[in-house]
Design a binder for this molecule. Structure first.
Ligand code: PEP
Ligand code: MG
Length: 875
């Protein structure tokens, strides 16, 4: 059976995103809604995959189906492809399942050659326009399809204008444009060898292929990785009849959102330009006008557009990002999609759509991307400092947030500075997709040109990075710029307020952001739907309190070794681990026990009786031995040993691979006295809090790095013995639980045996991933980049749970654990516990809770609700 690779817009539906891409599916949907769409067809993502996996050759079958679709388009438009009288011109645009703005390629005005250009001149009665379109097409085709950079053409264009004394493109006459067309064709021939192709079908096949290939280009690759879009999705290609916004003063183009994408306010919001093509707005080459002004310029078109905007929003039940073109007073909708928005806008829109009766609370929960909540938790300026600061300029508030950093002028310099540990503000004339890495490395982005829908604005908003755009007063120099009489050089500090558009020539302190009422509402709805509990990884009372504010329901991991990072504690801890005799160690333990107990008291109090899991000491030794001479001297002062003796001790303790060395429960086996001290602190603190505050704390004592039931049993015996001693001494008892981490593959495989004696499991997926992959946590960074660049791993498995391998071990451990203890409590405390894709897995595998760092608690709550509501985090 032959495969259908090409769909006319009238044949598709809005549900066919996988095959037609988001743009193609929406064009099909809008066609059936009766909106004024320029006609066209979509070449499917399957055709893209076929092309990219069969030696980058377009099959005859695909070509034949494209030919048929062109014939159909000719019939509908009553124009002919390549015609000498009334030629059909088309645009060729990418459109994958997920929107990837500006990452892939586009060719406009396709279908022109030396004859068709005359046809276009005759049909439009506008030879200047026809030759202008032709020279644009030659440049775009050469750049996108053949790889002859548009730079060569731009240089010639600038020289030509200078030689004629023109300032603006509009000053060029038809004759000038004809001359440019000839010069452009010559550049093509000089660089490429062949003549510029005059066969319009050939132009079309080549352009479709180029868009397929652009799925593979480095910036698309980078964007996909950043947004978790799988390589194998491929892109569809939309071929659409051209309509022209650059036919004169009654033509124009615009990008409009049905609500404000920065704040979520229910008010139409956008920009347009008269006498321009769509790319001019997106590229930010000229600064456009606010959409409301169209009411004066073209009142009927304005009202007609409002009607479509409303219709589309009600149909899709979501805020829409629409592109329109007006050709000689006639309005066309070129595309619509769910608009990208800030996290604050996402919450407000979701909540208001519920209030307006358009969606249910379930749908509202599903509308907000958990990962995006990160943005809300970013800092804003310290209100006192900002009140005193004096701005030196104001431009468009393109993406909210506060940023303060050192200025760099190229993407590479920004990235290098970021890698050196600097906070960076990237300043550019305008950004293009090549700048994406520099943008991602920056705290804030400032551009000279471009509006709220320019590349810089759209991409920064999606990244959650502060951006101020279109500051045209800036005069750019070489590695410096001037604004309001100030010269700001590379490396100087400035501050940007992405919510007001203000620019400051000074360092301004930032504070954590406040969360709006919409956030609380949406979180409450999320909580009603989720099954997974959300706990936090907190090592200090402050962390515990912060997490509680974010809605944590308990603590899933307290890393007790992290309680000793402070300068007054670490030397005592070092003295303990470097002791030579039992007496020395016990003395050192006595000196650290009060700290530990006090922290436990405060953590229990902060959690007010919610569950708290405390893990016994698990210090990879290389992280804890002294590093500097100074450190050694301090420990020497405490222990009475010489620096030389301590260095000899450290050398003796040295391990080739500390991550697999003397840590976790192995430490308890060698030095049971450490475990005894910790258990005393854990239980005495719980008894005190129960007595003093009335909280019924049931400490969950967690034994790390277990791989063998006998080793678990050995440590559990110490715990139980010590508990007896504590209860005797204190004259009272409390409940406690003992369980283990599952972070060694052998523990997962023998979980049935372990569960007979362990009351809970917590998956330590950091170590479980390290040990399943055999990939050192300390060295993975260096290796992973190459793996990801070569598409061996799609993502970093230390950040996103590998469902296939590590996930299988988790599944096995859950099943085997439950086979011997059906009510075993199951959780996860590795970093994956805060990652939405991994949380979805945790839900399906039947864990009771996930535990993550405090700032990720809201993300986890929402992700858990998404999982329970059946949303799929695709990869
Ligand atoms: C783990 O291994 O997943 C874990 C939580 O413990 P740590 O990161 O402290 O080794
Ligand atoms: Mg671990």
């Amino acid at each position: 059976m032959s495969v259908k690779y090409v769909y006319m817009f009238s044949e598709g539906t809005g549900k066919m995103k996988e095959l037609l891409g988001g743009k193609g599916a929406n064009l099909a949907e809008m066609t059936s809604l009766g909106l004024p769409i320029p006609e066209g067809f979509t070449v499917t993502t399957e055709a893209c995959t076929l092309y990219n996996t069969s030696g980058k050759v377009m099959s005859d079958e695909v070509k034949a189906q494209v030919d048929k679709a062109i014939e159909e388009l000719e019939k509908i438009s009553q124009k002919k492809f390549g015609d000498t009288k009334n030629p059909l011109l088309v645009s060729v645009r990418s459109g994958s399942r997920a929107s990837m703005p500006g990452m892939m390629d586009t060719v406009l005005n396709l279908g022109l050659n030396d004859e068709a250009v005359e046809g276009l001149a005759a049909a439009t009665n506008n030879p200047r326009f026809a030759y202008d379109s032709y020279r644009r097409f030659i440049m775009m085709f050469s750049d996108v399809v053949i790889g002859v950079s548009k730079h060569y053409f731009e240089v010639v264009l600038d020289e030509f204008k200078t030689s004629k004394g023109y300032k603006d493109d509009l000053e060029m006459s038809t004759e000038d444009l004809k001359e440019l067309v000839a010069t452009f064709k010559k550049i093509y021939k000089d660089k490429h060898g062949d003549d510029f192709p005059s066969d319009v079908k050939g132009q079309l096949y080549e352009s479709i292929a180029a868009v397929f290939r652009s799925w593979d280009n480095p910036r698309a690759d980078y964007y996909r990785r950043m947004n978790d879009i799988p390589y194998d999705w491929g892109t569809a290609v939309n071929v659409q009849s051209m309509v022209f916004g650059n036919m004169g003063e009654t033509s124009g183009t615009g990008v409009i959102f049905s609500r404000n994408p920065a704040t979520g306010e229910n008010k139409i919001y956008g920009e347009y330009m008269i006498n321009a093509q769509g790319e001019d707005v997106v590229a930010g080459v000229r600064t456009p006008k606010p959409f409301e002004e169209l009411e004066k310029d073209m009142p009927e078109v304005y009202r007609e557009f409002l009607g479509y905007s409303d219709k589309l929003e009600k149909h899709y039940k979501d805020m829409q990002d629409m592109e329109m073109t007006i050709e000689n007073g006639k309005l066309y909708i070129l595309q619509t999609r769910s608009g990208k928005r800030t996290a604050a806008a996402a919450l407000r829109i979701a909540v208001e759509l519920v209030d307006e009766g358009l969606i249910t609370t379930k749908e509202a929960v599903l509308k907000v991307d958990p990962k995006q909540l990160d943005q809300l938790l970013h800092p804003t300026f310290d209100p006192k400092a900002i009140a005193l600061a004096k701005p030196i300029g104001k431009a468009l508030p393109a993406s909210p947030g506060a940023a303060c950093g050192q200025v760099y002028f190229t993407s590479k310099d920004a990235k290098d500075a970021h890698d050196r540990g600097e906070k960076v503000i990237l300043v550019r004339n305008e950004t293009s997709p090549e700048d994406i890495e520099g943008m991602a490395a920056s705290q804030g982005i400032l551009t000279v040109k471009g509006g709220m829908t320019s590349h810089a604005a759209v991409v920064a908003r999606a990244m959650g990075t502060c951006c101020v755009s279109g500051c045209e007063e800036i005069k750019m120099g070489t590695k410096s710029f001037e604004l309001a009489g100030c010269t700001i050089k590379e490396g100087d500090f400035i501050s940007l307020d992405g919510s007001t558009g203000l620019i400051y020539n000074e360092v301004i302190g930032t504070v954590e952001s406040e969360i709006s009422g919409d956030f609380e509402k949406l979180m409450k709805w999320a909580d009603e739907h989720r099954k997974l509990k959300v706990r936090t990884n907190a090592d200090t009372p402050e962390d515990a309190r912060k997490a509680l504010e974010f809605g944590a329901e308990g603590i899933g991991l307290t890393r007790t070794e992290h309680m000793f990072f402070e300068p007054d504690r670490i030397p005592k801890f070092r003295a303990m681990i470097m002791s030579d005799t039992l007496e020395e160690r016990e003395a050192a333990l006595e000196s650290i026990m009060p700290f530990q107990k006090k922290d436990f008291v405060e953590i229990y109090e902060a959690m007010e009786g919610r569950p708290v899991t405390i893990r016994l000491l698990d210090p990879p030794l290389h992280e804890f031995v002294p590093h500097s001479e100074e450190d050694y001297k301090v420990v020497a002062g405490i222990t009475g040993k010489t620096v030389e003796e301590l260095k000899a001790k450290a050398a003796a303790m040295h391990e080739i691979n500390p991550m697999m060395g003397h840590r976790g429960c192995r430490l308890s086996v060698t030095f049971p006295e450490i475990t005894k001290m910790q258990v005393r602190a854990i239980l005495e603190a719980a008894i005190e809090v129960k007595k003093n505050k009335g909280f019924n704390v049931v400490p969950e004592i967690m034994i790390p790095l277990v791989g063998e039931i006998k080793e678990y049993r050995f440590v559990k015996n110490i715990v139980d013995e010590t508990a007896k001693e504590v209860f005797e001494k204190m004259g009272t008892t409390i409940e406690y639980m003992v369980g283990t981490m599952i972070e060694i593959p052998r523990a997962a495989l023998t979980a049935d045996a372990i569960a007979k004696e362990a009351e809970f499991f917590s998956f330590g997926t950091n170590d479980l991933t390290q040990l399943t992959y055999g990939l050192s946590r300390d060295d993975a960074g260096k290796i992973l980049n190459d793996y990801i660049d070569n598409n061996i791993y799609e993502v970093d498995p230390t950040a996103r749970l590998d469902r296939t391998g590590v996930g299988e071990l988790i599944d096995i451990a859950c099943k085997r654990g439950k086979s011997t203890r059906p009510d075993i409590k199951l959780g996860i405390c590795g970093e994956h516990g805060g990652d939405p894709y991994s949380i979805e897995f945790c839900h399906h595998v039947g864990l009771d809770y996930v535990s993550c760092s405090p700032f990720r608690v809201p993300i986890a709550r929402l992700a858990a609700a998404h999982a329970a509501l059946g949303a799929v985090n695709e990869r």
